[in-house]
Structures are given as C-alpha cells and as structure tokens.
Design a binder for this molecule. Structure first.
Ligand code: BGC
Length: 470
C-alpha cells in the first residue's frame, strides 16, 4: 500500500479516550460518570458491557506508552476523566486523579512523545447530570473550572489542548435521541445542550489561556454531506443535514453567529428557549489555535417527510432528511461506507467556506472497525484497515497539497476499546486487545503506520508557533 507524502513537521499520532480504555472505575477517588450510569442501565449497551475494566490502561499505561514509542508517533491524544479530577464535577481537585495524568504525561515526555489532552470525551460527572447536565448553563461554568484545574496542573507539560470531543454526539445523541449517555431521548433540549457545550468550550478556552497553555482548540465530528440525487429536494435536505451536523458548531465558533438556515429548521423551537444570552457568541468565538476534526465516513442524505406532521409537536431531532447508502462503497464493521476522497472534499469545502477564518486543522481521529482475528501465525492481518488508513492519509496529503493548513493526523485508535453503545463488539485499534488476558498484539496496520511515520522526515518544527498570524 503506497505511503502518502506529508510535509516535514506534519504531526502523526494516535488517539484514545479515558472511559474507553482506562478501567479502574472505582479507584483513587474517581466519581461516577454518566457512562457508568448508562452502562449499568439494562438495554443501553450491547451485552451490558461497561468501562469498569476496559483495557486496564490505568494500570498498564507504561506498557501502552512503550507501544507508542515503538510505533514512533510524535504525539498521543488521550482524554482526562473529569470525575477523576473532580469526583462530583465541582469543588477541590482529587490529588490522586491528577497524579495519574501527571505520571502519564511525564512518561510520554520521557519517551519523546508530545501529549495532546482532550478535557471532555463524554464522561460527565453524574452529580452534574443530576443537576441538569448539559441542558443547564451551570455545567458550562463547572467545565471551565475543571479546565482551569487541569491547565494549572499540566499546562506547562502539555502543548496541545482540546476542550470538547465531538459535542454533536454528546448533545444530540446524549439529549436528542438518547443513544448515548445520559440516554435522554428528549429531542429539543439537545439544542440547549449544544449551546451549553459551545459556551463551555469558550469558557474553558479562556481558562486554559489564563493558565498559559500553548495551543488550544476543539474537536468536531464534521460530516461531508452528499445529496442522494441531483433533485432540488435532496439538495435542500443536504443543507438541513449540514446545518444540524456541522454549521451548528462551525458558524458560532468561526463566525460568531448562529447558522442562517436555522430559520427553516429550528427557528421556531429556539424562539421559545431562553438558553442563549447576550455575549455568549463572543465567548464561543474566541480565536482557537486549531480546529480538530474527527472523520470516519460521508453522510448521503435524501429528503424525507418530517416524522411528526404537526409542526407544533416537532422536536429538534426531526429534520426531514434520511440517510442513504453510498453506492459501491465497502462498509466497515460499523456499517460505515469507506470513501477516503470525501475527507479531502470536506477539507476543501471548509477552506472554501471559511477562508482565512479556518484555523489550522488537526485530524484528531480517523480509523475503521474491522472484523479482526488473531491468525494461527499470531498476526492480525487487517488489510482492510491498512487500505482505509492509506486512503485517508492520502486524502489528507492531497488537501495539504491543495493549500489546506492541516498540521497533523491521529489514528483512531491505538487500542481496541469500549466502543460506546456497541460495547466491546467493535474493534478500531491498530493494536489488538484480548480482553480476557489484556494481552496487546500489534496488528499489521500498526506496522504499516510505523512505516509511514518512519518515512516522514524528522519533525523538529512540529511544535509550531500557535499564533502565526497574530
Ligand atoms: C469518538 C470515539 C469513537 C469513534 C468511533 C468518535 O465518535 O470520538 O470515541 O470510538 O468515533 O465510533
């Protein structure tokens, strides 16, 4: 599989998230999160799997860092579990929780790997959910306090900070359709949750800046939306999908405004809400050093009738579009179509839409779930994953070539791990994990990625000036 040609200084990394790998759910003073509650609610997660043990990374992190070192990554993206730092989401820090991340960061640095921290990868302290969760403004304020604690403790050693991971998922899957924790299939309150995520990001960004961190941004899961046909109806459906998935985030963050097409879809719902306050957009749109993008697959959409015919009874989740298959595309184990070119198209369209307002981009996640097995020769021959990664890194290389300022790429994921509502049934790792023994086996894709990293020039300038234009 041919290797993409990425510029010198381009960061190659691997990513994970706390709840998906750490385990040690009750250790060292960690408080319960909404994912602990959700996984314990029958019927929510495949086979009733939980993150109680996961990859036992909390105890095995030195072994996992040794794998990262062998891989040769420049950077490792992981998340901090808020309930380890503040078990109830407020008040003084739990020193043992902070200490774990301090040791993790120090071990990474000793191994020449730059830490990239995500502050929130969906594990809200349950105590905050009990007070309203992301439906209420207070959660955004608490999030900024937590960001300040983390920044104060680790800001001198961690160069790259991501406030939120994929707020679309935590707002719309968490509070809209209930497929993710806290499992609230409430519809319209997802709009308040989305706004409070954005506000939380802005407040946390300011808190991180006050602690003097070097680079800070947010990670969004942006879709490349393709209309199913050339009809005007499907084109309009694609606009609605793009608004709901992408513009709801990028317009406030990058343009200090709410998306215009909202008028068609959500205006009526928003009119009756009081969650937006004067001055919020200024907080939300504070300049970021980078935009993180997680990308897996395109979304093909067609026009569909509203599920609820009476507009007065519609919720924010009823947007009059429906997903379609992408003709001819291979599907991963998630059922997602493999179409690497669409990552290039997404990056080019962002560049077209936002021009100089688009900050430097990091692809903070990209990868595929495949039906991996350890063969008799002890090897996981994951050739489909290699093809996926090769195709997507080549797409990134073409976008860079075309002038999009993409500075790095993190493969999802270092390890097979807890795949949210799918439990342990989906494997995204470039390292296989046998959950019974916790044995780690690097897959063929690990060796492919290692070759890609080795082929890159040494990257002495990979920690760049985060404010080149200011
Ligand atoms: C999330 C990861 C998840 C991955 C694959 C992203 O939505 O950030 O936590 O495992 O995609 O579904």
């Amino acid at each position: 599989m041919s290797l993409p040609s990425l510029p010198p200084g381009f960061v190659l990394g691997a990513a994970t998230a706390a709840y998906q790998i750490e385990g040690a759910a009750d250790e060292d003073g960690r408080g319960p999160s909404i994912w602990d509650t959700f996984t314990r609610t029958p019927g929510r997660v495949y086979r009733g799997d939980t993150g109680d043990v996961a990859c036992d990374h909390y105890h095995r992190f030195p072994e996992d860092i040794a794998l990262l070192r062998e891989l040769g990554v420049h950077s490792y993206r992981f998340s901090i579990a808020w309930p380890r730092i503040q078990p109830t989401g407020a008040g003084p820090v739990n020193p043992k929780g902070l200490d774990f991340y301090g040791r993790l960061v120090d071990t990474l640095l000793e191994n020449g790997i730059e830490p990239a921290v995500t502050l929130y990868h969906w594990d809200l302290p349950q105590a905050l959910e009990d007070r309203g969760g992301w439906r209420v403004r207070e959660t955004a304020e608490r999030f900024a306090e937590y960001a300040a604690h983390a920044g104060a403790a680790l800001g001198d050693r961690v160069p790259r900070w991501i406030t939120l991971n994929e707020p679309w998922c935590s707002a719309f899957l968490g509070y809209g359709d209930g497929h993710h924790a806290p499992g609230a299939a409430e519809g319209t309150p997802a709009l308040a949750a989305a706004h409070h995520h954005l506000l939380g990001h802005g407040l946390a960004l300011a808190a991180l800046r006050a602690e003097g961190v070097r680079e800070a941004g947010i990670t969004l899961n942006l879709d490349h939306v393709i209309p199913a046909t050339g009809s005007a109806e499907d084109a309009a459906a694609a606009v609605r999908a793009e608004t709901q998935r992408n513009l709801v985030w990028t317009e406030p963050l990058l343009r200090a405004r709410y998306p215009e097409t909202e008028d068609e879809t959500w205006a009526e719902l928003i009119r009756h809400q009081t969650f937006r306050r004067e001055g919020d957009l200024a907080v939300i749109s504070a300049p970021m050093d980078f935009l993180g993008i997680n990308y897996y697959a395109p979304a093909v959409v067609r026009a569909a009738p509203y599920r609820e015919p009476d507009p007065a009874h519609r919720t924010a989740m009823d947007n009059a579009f429906a997903g379609e298959a992408l003709p001819g595309a291979r599907l991963t184990e998630m059922g997602w179509p493999v179409a690497p070119d669409t990552l290039e198209h997404l990056l080019l369209s962002l560049r077209r839409r936002y021009g100089a307002d688009l900050p430097p981009v990091f692809i903070t996640e990209n990868g595929s779930a495949e039906a991996d097995t350890v063969s008799a020769d002890g090897v996981v021959h994951d050739t489909d994953r290699i093809a996926y990664l090769a195709g997507h890194t080549q797409a990134v290389a073409r976008a860079v070539e075309a002038g999009v300022d993409v500075r790095g790429y993190y493969v999802w994921s270092l390890l097979d791990n807890f795949e949210w509502a799918y439990g342990y049934s989906k494997r995204f790792g470039i390292v296989h994990v046998d959950y019974a023994t916790q044995r780690r086996t690097p897959k063929s894709s690990f060796h492919w990625y290692k070759r890609l990293i080795a082929a890159q020039q040494a990257a002495p300038d990979r920690v760049r000036d985060p404010h080149p234009e200011r």
